[in-house]
Design a protein around this ligand. Sequence first.
Ligand code: FRU
Length: 493
Amino acid sequence: MSEKLEKAREYEIKKEKMIPEEQRPLFHLTPRCGWMNDPNGFSVYNGEYHMFYQYYPYDTVWGPMHWGHAKSRDLITWEYLPAAMAPDEEYDKDGCFSGSAVTMDDGKHLLVYTGVRREEDENGGMHDVQTQCIAVGDGVNYEKYSHNPVVDETTLPEGAGRFDFRDPKVFKENGKYVMVVGNKTVDRDGQILQYVSDDGISWKYDRLLIKNNHRFGVMWECPDYFELDGKRVLLTSPQDMLPEELEFHNGNGTLCVIGSIDENGDFCEENFQSVDYGIDFYAPQTVLTGDGRRIMIAWMQNWDTCGIGRDDFPWFGQMSFPREVTICNNKLIQKPAREISDYYGKRISRQNVLISDSTSLSSIEGRCIDMTVKARSVGEELSYKKFEIRFADNGKAYSSIEYDPAANIVKIDRKHSGSRRAIVHQRRCRVANNRGEITLRLLLDRYSCELFINDGEQVMSMGIFTDIKAEGISFKANGELLMDVVMYELEKK
Ligand code: FRU
């Protein structure tokens, strides 16, 4: 083991002891210490889920990237494992960037990642040269391949840029290993390149899978590519997006392209949408479970809103809750992984509650809850103008969800959550027109909120860092509406 990796492993063990349990979410994975960004290497290995992540153990800001590591039997309770990789080789000395994992034919765990090496050009300018590298291991210890990198700039098709070439997602298909990689062309356009291999070690360029053609942002980061419900899905996280109505927003975003594969194996685009319509969600990665479910986890953060954290926390960055994804009518549907029900504690349910000015229901409160609210008009006509749910409320700080049934817009808002930064605090999303009927499923886990709208047709996620004692929940309508609510308290087993 290199000195760098040994140092990181020793440091994280010491540092994690200084983080009190209640300073972390109950179920969402946070870095063992320090900084976390993208999920990496999300895979099933020897019957357990493995999650690696972009990791800088020594500080709560981004730094030379390591790979942190955790595993889980049910996607919800995670156990930390020692850091898997440190930037300790010439070809990755400036970072082990994002990548993925797959089980090899001989039973070993293969990690595929981007090695970053900073280079000075002839004009004295600095550039990151990015290549694809591998490491092989047993689920705890990984050895980088002695002939890394396995994919470098010499394989690039014409027009591809060598400085932005990263985030390989590897999978097995029809007896072959396939890898899709994000790339920025010389003329600043995003594209995804596909490589194939017989053994996971020696790779050859296969095809240009998809080109942005300057539609959605610039560089396309962190691709994932899989079959789902008879469709082919490409997920990617574009940088430098321009806004489009309420579908896409400025800055870093997420993009889901739904399509199909033609007889030549080429990807044919059919539909585009955001993956998450909230504020904090980036670089999602998926895994196929033993029982055939496609599960997605993302970094529940956005590069543009990193100011949202808490100065008194020794960690930064958390993963989203694992989501089961399906395709229905060429749209991505997301639901919290069903394993959540194993963590249900007390159940509280009320039917046909009349909501007008402001209602607090006894026992409806908490910061670790799974709550489903169904709202509808009283009678045939639309009987309300606005429906608001406030949560993480202590009378001073609160966050909220607002539904405008005439405009068909849901808004999430953390402006009053205690944030002291001038960043994005509110986001709106267009939802189905159901004449005042809506289902809002809210997953709260101390420092985040994930809102699943109309059984997962849209999801809006955001971090909130309000004092943990702010537990109040209340409902308010402009007009009158009827509401059913079922709430489960979430508990660690
Ligand atoms: C996405 C990303 C990746 C890169 C990693 C570096 O969030 O920028 O493209 O591999 O983060 O930490």
